[in-house]
Design a protein around this ligand. Structure first.
Ligand SMILES: NC(=O)c1ccc[n+]([C@@H]2O[C@H](COP(=O)([O-])OP(=O)(O)OC[C@H]3O[C@@H](n4cnc5c(N)ncnc54)[C@H](OP(=O)(O)O)[C@@H]3O)[C@@H](O)[C@H]2O)c1
Length: 329
């Protein structure tokens, strides 16, 4: 690309979110220029596109916390033009211009090589949501969880993190119970991904007793609030909870009883600032363990023109699985 050539990018300003023609010198600083092929729609991208506070640290900004593409040019010896790379988080689409554009300028040290077994499209389908689901599974394994311990609950089941967590856990031999607001309409979808049983979201989303019948060895939660508190109250003695999201709310309206009477462990998951070694470990495991047929079945692709609509729909809980953005379409 010549310095004067223009390309398409979504821009969010205080008042609006628009797809517009952009020049390379608008991208901001960074030692590496990436020709983006695919980005995606995560919950955070929905917040950014809808001007909700807490994601974009300044305006105007190109949103998009994920990108997959090719090295265009880099000041680092580590990267050569044409190499396939991906980036999830590290401030992309939050503190600096993001992936919802045909080009992105980034710190080359934040990029990861796309695993050979995974196409660029599938790497974008995995995106931050799938990376976070894998981080959650790794955290459970590191804490000693095995399939023999008992069923694992996945909340926000039909969402991006939830869908990929279900297929990963079921593929690893866990008995997965899915909690979903779409227990009826998405039941065959969730079962095909590997959920053994589906419970309605409302079983968990209202205030409940601080200790309930012990049902689950672990929970992968992307919902927070009463849902997480009820899940904690249903964990077995020594049960594990990974917590990454706040789709119901950021509050934690519970008691210490599951921790002090049942030895429950609460494990926070943050994908944005995950260290490089953990990123590489997670992507290696995704390449080894993720069922790519399941991944394809939970993914749809949209052109850049539909990004604004998709951002509104993910916040309304209307998107299922993962949405890849083809930045050239
Ligand atoms: N910590 C991190 O590094 C990290 C990384 C990735 C994502 N996240 C967070 O994880 C959450 C999920 O992200 P995502 O990309 O998977 O989003 P998503 O695709 O929108 O999935 C969220 C799911 O939560 C459920 N849900 C939505 N509103 C709800 C409500 N009011 N009460 C209960 N459940 C509700 C829905 O599933 P059902 O229809 O099946 O109920 C929805 O599909 C977000 O809060 C996101 O910010 C955090």
């Amino acid at each position: 690309m010549s310095a004067t050539e223009s390309f398409s990018a979504w821009w969010v300003s205080e008042q609006s979110s628009d797809l517009r023609s952009t020049h390379r010198d608008e991208l901001g600083p960074g030692d590496t220029l990436v020709r983006v092929e695919f980005s995606g729609i995560n919950y955070k991208d929905g917040l950014a596109l809808q001007h909700k506070p807490g994601v974009l640290r300044g305006y105007p900004m190109i949103p998009g916390i994920d990108l997959v593409g090719f090295i265009e040019e880099s000041e680092l010896d580590q990267w050569q033009p044409g190499e396939r790379v991906l980036l999830n988080g590290s401030g992309l689409g939050e503190t600096h211009n993001g992936g919802l554009a045909q080009y992105a300028r980034v710190a080359g040290s934040d990029l990861i090589t796309v695993p050979q077994q995974i196409s660029n499209f599938r790497a974008a389908a995995i995106g931050t949501a799938g990376f976070t689901a894998m981080l959650s599974v790794l955290a459970l394994e590191d804490a000693g969880l095995t399939p023999e311990a008992g069923p694992v609950l996945v909340t926000g089941a039909a969402g991006g993190v939830g869908s990929i967590a279900i297929t990963l856990l079921s593929g690893l031999g866990y008995e997965v119970v899915a909690a979903s607001g779409r227990a009826d309409s998405a039941s065959s979808y969730l079962t095909e991904l590997g959920a053994r049983r589906i419970i309605p979201r409302t079983d968990l989303s209202e205030p409940g007793r601080p200790l309930q019948s012990q049902e689950f060895a672990a929970v992968v939660d992307s919902v927070g609030s009463h849902t997480l508190v009820n899940a904690l109250a249903r964990l077995n003695y020594g049960g594990l909870a990974t917590v990454c999201g706040l789709a119901q709310g950021p509050d934690l309206p519970g008691t210490v009883l599951p921790f002090i009477l049942r030895g429950v462990h609460l494990i926070g998951i943050n994908s944005v600032y995950a260290p490089r070694a953990l990123r590489e470990r997670a992507w290696k495991r995704l390449a080894r363990d993720l069922n790519l047929d399941h991944l394809d079945s939970l993914t749809r692709s949209i052109p850049m023109s539909e990004v604004g609509d998709a951002g509104a729909r993910i916040l309304a809980g209307e998107l299922r699985g993962r949405t890849v953005v083809d930045v050239d379409a």
